[in-house]
Design a binder for this molecule. Structure first.
Ligand SMILES: [Mn+2]
Length: 424
């Protein structure tokens, strides 16, 4: 972890300017009838989960260029996640990927306690073969034509639930790479039926206080057809399985220009929005940093979430899911957590009464302007003050660099090889 004196010294250099900016923004928001302290309190209470795999350097299908001091195992990953939360105060939990993060649950819990974290949704992995794995997932996992392979994939998911129960998780996220690469390769109907049967077998063993999230993805690794390719299929799955099944929306898993905020609105309306994997994309599932390409879209998603706050049963899980190829993963994750908080804060500023009035009056220009007024507001002082008041860093990236953390861990974590693909 980072020494508190480093954070204090870095904050001391920035605190006076922050107070001045916060007061100025507070005055501006007061004129709009918004209490800045109330917005700050909501931002301070907000959290987004870190994916354990996010703290390692990712890669593309072609190569991976590792950075210095990469985590060697889940305990190093938890240490890095602890630093992210220490500086941002916005990432209180970690989402594990099994078997990548497999370890004695007691040790996992002890390490998480030590660095001040809890565990978010468990993620199963049936999209690659592991050493010593009996049956291959080359031609599918939960939908494989061979019943024994399907059973193996089901059992893996049940093991994820078991580990999750031991460490205090309350949800299982399933994403499969199953699909096909050639027209005619699979019977698409039979394949989906096999998926539903397998998912029912997992759902049947889901603890009462758990939720099952299924994640859709338009394409990749199957490039002709994918079993759970869009939110419609995802919704069908949730309907078929039961009330503990919800749809997970990964922002990168749609075709370019798809109206994701509308998908969010639909899933909220029918009580099936399970949560998010936040990231950004330019072309496809490029897993870029959240808010890096289209912060307005992120804001529009949060606009729907804020509008739905307080609805019975509305409790979506929030997690980052991105791949860092050219940046320090800790810095990217801290920046991305801030982008999510920013979109949330901006969405809290939307004058909903005015918006509803413009919508009813079919005043399209003023309705859009109402959203833009909130989106254009620089809420950085709100985010920074929320961090400062909870002992985080006013400027997390600058403080992280000043701390020398990366160089310190690089001394004990040996450099990793860049060989092989680096998809995460
Ligand atoms: Mn995802």
């Amino acid at each position: 972890m980072i020494d508190a004196s480093v954070i204090e010294a870095e904050n001391a250099r920035r605190a006076e300017a922050l107070r001045s900016d916060y007061d100025a923004l507070g005055a501006q928001l007061a004129r709009r009838g918004v209490d800045i302290d109330a917005v700050k309190a909501k931002v301070a209470a907000y959290g987004v989960a870190i994916p354990s795999w996010g703290v390692g350097t990712g890669g593309t299908r072609f190569a991976r260029f590792p950075g210095p001091g990469e985590p060697r195992d889940i305990f190093d990953k938890l240490a890095d996640c602890g630093v992210i939360h220490q500086l941002t105060r916005a990432t209180p939990s970690v989402s594990l990927h099994i078997p990548w993060d497999k370890a004695d649950p007691a040790d996992l819990k002890a390490k998480a306690d030590e660095v001040g974290l809890t565990f978010d949704a468990m993620n199963s992995n049936t999209f690659q073969d592991q050493p010593q794995q009996r049956l291959s997932y080359k031609f599918g996992s939960l939908t494989h034509t061979d019943p024994a392979t399907r059973r193996q994939a089901i059992d893996h998911n049940l093991e994820c639930i078991e580990i999750g129960q031991a460490i205090g998780s309350k949800a299982l996220t399933i994403w499969i790479g199953d699909g096909s690469n050639f027209p005619g390769q699979v019977d698409m109907t039979a394949q989906f039926d096999r998926y539903l049967d397998a998912a029912r077998a997992i759902y049947a063993k889901l603890p009462d206080d758990w939720r099952l999230f299924t994640e859709h993805k338009m394409y990749e690794p199957a490039f002709y057809s994918t079993v759970v390719q869009d939110w419609g299929t995802n919704y069908l799955i949730a309907q078929e399985l039961g009330e503990k099944a919800f749809c997970l929306v990964d922002l990168g898993h749609h075709a370019p220009n798809v109206n994701i905020e509308m998908i969010v609105a639909r899933l909220i309306r029918f009580g099936r929005l399970g949560g998010f994997h936040f990231n950004d994309s330019k072309y496809g599932d490029d897993d870029l940093d959240t808010g890096a390409i289209d912060p307005f879209r992120l804001f529009l998603v949060f606009n729907e979430l804020v509008a739905a706050e307080g609805k019975p049963g509305f409790d979506p899980a929030h997690m980052l899911d991105q791949s860092h190829n050219v940046t320090d993963p800790i810095e990217s994750l801290m920046s991305s957590a801030a982008e999510v908080c920013r979109a949330y804060a901006q969405a809290l500023l939307v004058d909903r009464e005015a918006l509803a009035g413009y919508q009813d009056a079919n005043d399209a220009l003023m309705a859009a302007a109402t959203l833009k007024t909130a989106f254009r507001t620089d809420v950085e002082p709100v985010l920074a003050m929320a961090r400062l008041e909870s002992d985080g860093a006013i400027d997390p990236v600058a403080t992280f660099r000043a701390s020398g953390y990366r160089a310190r861990v690089a001394e004990v974590r040996p450099a990793t090889s860049g060989a092989g693909g680096g998809i995460v």
